[in-house]
Design a protein around this ligand. Structure first.
Ligand code: SAM
Length: 335
């Protein structure tokens, strides 16, 4: 019943992109020159409805998935996301429902997300100073509003809040230490992410990557770090704790030290395609099956068939040539 792929990897996590739209234009993800006024986002009717997402999630939970993460685009751009969260929380076996957000919404939303059944939150923030953060989100959004969202999330019990920081050389390396100091004092887990060659529009170059090793050394020189065991098999971040016992960080090294060998994640795009790798080129259409009246068993058979054939390990095979392949955008497939 629980499928494993050709490299013996089980299916444990499902990331669901609920929209391909975002209110930010982060230069490394949805640059304005590409995602401008004329960009064709998915039409409403192409998106999976909440009922369709719930059916897909239920099928995955039956196949062994325990963790559901809502992402996008910006998931809070999808109206009444709380309704979907409540539907997902009611699925027996769906133990962990998490959200990745840019934290740019009114703080009242946090209570309604929690009440709907959200368990945990990851918030993206790339710098602590406004000039750097605004130059990266490219919509003039201030740091303080995101910091307030993070504190409100933790106070509401959606913690420990993880804070995702994408590090890009020459852009926000100088923010690594201020971010580490700030979040360690407040008990949130900073996760530093190597700039990845997802999608086809962020102009990725290896030279722009500050490697996990370099990130580690920058922090370790001021605040010594010790490695921690992974929380579970397949965890994306290498975990470290501060040697003085105050706090922990994660470093996500998908470029310099890929972790395909333990990848247990499937992804559903906002229009219902199943992808087995963040760097995939093609997905498998589940929306067609859903709209043709497929049963839960039919959906599970389709997902199992894809998973059992899965052999992808893009990051391990990455080279100068692969970064030019026509991969799908992160805002579409879900980060
Ligand atoms: N809008 C939500 C948010 O901001 O967290 C969810 C979607 S976003 C695509 C998910 C995560 O992917 C964010 O933390 C973002 O910084 C990260 N991300 C986007 N493009 C990336 C890239 N090229 N390399 C590394 N991380 C990236």
């Amino acid at each position: 019943m629980h499928p494993v792929d050709t490299l013996n990897r089980p299916l444990h996590d499902l990331r669901i992109s609920v929209t391909d739209r975002c209110n930010f234009r982060c230069t490394y993800c949805m640059p304005k020159e590409v995602f401008g006024r004329n960009y064709q986002f998915l039409p409403q009717g192409d998106l999976l409805s909440f009922e369709e997402i719930e059916r897909v999630a239920r099928a995955f939970v039956g196949l062994g998935v325990r963790k559901l993460r809502l992402t996008g685009g910006e998931p809070l751009m999808r109206r009444e996301l709380e309704t979907l969260i409540a539907q997902l929380a009611a699925i027996p076996g769906a133990e962990d429902i998490a959200l990745t957000t840019n934290g740019s919404f009114p703080l009242e939303r946090i209570q309604s997300l929690k009440a709907a059944g959200l368990k945990r939150m990851t918030v993206s923030l790339d710098a602590l100073d406004d000039p750097t953060f605004k130059s990266m989100n490219d919509v003039d959004f201030p740091v303080q509003a995101v910091l307030d969202w993070i504190e409100a999330g933790a106070a509401a019990g959606l913690g420990p809040v993880k804070v995702n920081m994408v590090v890009k050389r020459g852009v926000n390396e100088h923010s690594i230490l201020p971010m580490a100091r700030h979040f360690r004092e407040r008990g949130h887990i900073l996760r530093l992410i190597e700039f990845m060659d997802v999608g086809h529009s962020n102009g990725w170059r290896m030279d722009d990557v500050v490697t996990a090793r370099q990130i580690f050394e920058i922090i370790n020189a001021e605040m010594p770090l010790e490695p921690l065991e992974a929380n579970y098999h397949g965890e994306v971040a290498e975990r470290y704790r501060y040697a003085d016992g105050q706090g922990e960080i994660g470093i996500i090294s998908s470029v310099s030290q890929p972790f395909c060998g333990t990848c247990t994640r499937a992804r559903i795009s906002a229009d219902g395609k199943l992808y087995t790798c963040l760097f995939a080129i093609n997905g498998t259409d589940l929306r067609g099956l859903l709209r043709a009246g497929a049963s839960e068993a039919d959906l599970q058979a389709a997902v199992s068939a894809v998973w059992q054939k899965r052999a992808d390990r893009y990051s391990e095979l990455r080279s100068a040539n692969t970064s030019d392949l026509p991969k799908v955008e992160m805002s579409y497939i879900g980060g």
